[in-house]
Design a protein around this ligand. Structure first.
Ligand code: PLP
Length: 421
């Protein structure tokens, strides 16, 4: 073992007995470079973060420029910090309804369904956080405070973060059992099942749900499901909270996945790919909903580092890259190419949208050696990093940086196919 390995195992808190323990020297674009000269294609964007690739030059430039001005100045919400206000404006800009046709998975064009949402209110107010979990926590507090209700609903097999509030939403007892008591008044419904929407009632403050269920193994519901969900929330006065922490920032073929379902949430959550490699998250709602944080009590949510200026500068540059390089739009054709290339008798199904894909095998026992062999291919030059899902261990996660090229997709898929064989 190298000295670095010893330090890793001795001094870093371990959360499993089998960390990947890849020793990475530097990263660029879709590649991670190991300390021994080996090279890996990052097909999971570590995880769902590096949408614009590792160290995108435009992002690096924005970070350097901000470093030369200031880093932390004050806790969230007190000073006017240019990177925060510019990013908030740009995020709201992505959320104005637009009539553009969107390419669907088959490469045809279809018009977005008409948007349904709360009349007269838009997603025009942003609260910046440090992480996805903090965005979830903020949204839960906002919904309870705004509605005066306590019940929160989430889905079985969902993952929304590991802090105690977010963990309460997790849809599997296995991760929660030994941390109880967690939040009371949390109920779970089955994702994509219309009948279960009846469990949303006038007692429910919010339903927190992904547009496409990620850790359940990338499950894409019907458009009709999200429209019925929106209608039920409006009927019961429940806030609809979309967790777009995995699906946002171009991952599924539109900037936000909800655009493809024709509904608008009351609160939108983002993080992960938002930062271009820097830590940041946000919950976004309307000015009138967000206003409840100003009183009773004052300072309804407090964060020291949320919306860190360097992270905000990085995030704004990320958003600009996604727009200027057309990364959301190109994710559709790239996802389609992966589906075409990954044809093999061992592959049962490929699910997903854009570059958020799950490749299903018979079992974890079949899949795990394939993942290991693809990584080990680095010994012969280039390996490929994939993994599986928290609540779906027979499916391989494929979510590469959106900047991946056609040639790089072919290279990665060839290595995966060889690993299967
Ligand atoms: N929500 C979803 C859908 C996620 O996938 C994750 C993280 O994997 C989170 C929330 C939590 O985000 P973070 O790890 O930044 O706290």
């Amino acid at each position: 073992m190298t000295n670095r390995h010893e330090l890793f195992y001795n001094y870093l808190a371990q959360t499993s007995d089998f960390p990947l323990a890849l020793d990475i020297d530097r990263a660029e674009g879709i590649y991670l470079h190991g300390t021994n000269g080996e090279k890996y294609v990052d097909m999971i964007s570590g995880i769902g973060v590096s949408n614009v690739g590792h160290r995108h030059p435009h992002v690096l430039k924005a970070i350097h420029q901000q470093l030369d001005k200031y880093m932390h100045l004050m806790v969230y919400g007190e000073y006017i910090e240019t990177p925060q206000v510019k990013l908030a404006e740009a995020l709201v800009g992505t959320l104005r309804p637009h009539p553009l046709p969107v390419p669907c998975e088959e490469g045809e064009l279809f018009n977005l369904p008409p948007l349904q949402g709360r009349v007269g209110e838009g997603l025009d107010n942003v609260y910046f956080t440090n992480s996805g979990a903090e965005a979830v926590e903020g949204a839960m507090k906002l919904a309870k405070r705004f509605t005066g209700r306590s019940e929160i609903i989430s889905c079985f097999n969902a993952y929304h973060g590991s802090t105690q509030g977010a963990l309460s939403l997790a849809g599997a007892e296995f991760f929660k059992r030994n941390f109880r008591p967690l939040l009371p008044d949390v109920r779970h419904i089955r994702f994509g099942v219309l009948e279960d929407l009846a469990l949303i009632t006038t007692r429910t403050a919010a339903i927190i749900i992904e547009v496409i269920s990620g850790e359940a193994g990338v499950r894409v519901p019907d458009v009709a499901y999200h429209q019925a969900l929106r209608a039920r929330c409006t009927e019961t006065g429940t806030l609809l909270v979309y967790d777009e922490i995995q699906t946002g920032f171009g991952r599924t073929g539109t900037f936000w996945a909800f655009e493809q379902f024709g509904v608008v949430p009351d609160i939108l959550l983002c993080a992960k790919g938002m930062g271009g490699g820097m830590p940041i998250g946000a919950f976004i709602s309307s000015k009138s909903i967000m206003a409840v944080f100003k009183n009773n009590p004052i300072l309804g949510h407090i964060t020291t580092f949320g919306g860190h200026p360097v992270s905000c500068a990085s995030s704004l540059a990320t958003l600009e890259v996604i727009h200027s390089e057309g990364l959301a739009e190109s994710a559709v054709a790239k996802g389609q190419l992966i589906r075409e290339l990954l044809q093999h008798p061992s592959i049962k199904e490929i699910r997903g949208k854009g570059l958020m894909l799950a490749v299903e095998f018979e079992s974890f026992e079949v899949l795990k050696p394939i993942i290991d062999r693809a990584i080990l291919r680095a010994k012969q030059g280039t390996g490929v990093i994939t993994d599986w899902f928290l609540f779906c261990d027979n499916s391989m996660r494929i979510a590469p940086p959106l900047v991946i090229t056609e040639a790089q997709i072919r290279e990665a898929c060839n290595i995966i196919l060889e690993a299967i064989d």
